[in-house]
Ligand binder design. Sequence first.
Ligand code: ZN
Length: 98
Amino acid sequence: MKTLKEIHLNQFQLNILLDEEEKEAYRYIVQEGTYCVHCKDVCIEGVEVRENILNDMNDILIKGVCKKCEGYVSRFIEYGEFGDFVERANSFRKAIGE
Ligand SMILES: [Zn+2]
């Protein structure tokens, strides 16, 4: 099986890739669903997102900083388990020539 490339997504690409429900999940994770190892708690003030990466499993990896302590945090969103996201991700990969 061919290994998928990691793709750094810009905001526009992220927008086309996620449907409404997935955007909702994304917002929830950014605002209150990410654990900060520095605060030893969820990022209560949310995460300032620096990078969105579509990884080799067709999951989205969010990298950013905790808005409270400014420590680095990262979090996977496992959209790769949802069939229709995988289809969208694969046609997106094709569209950008990966
Ligand atoms: Zn923190």
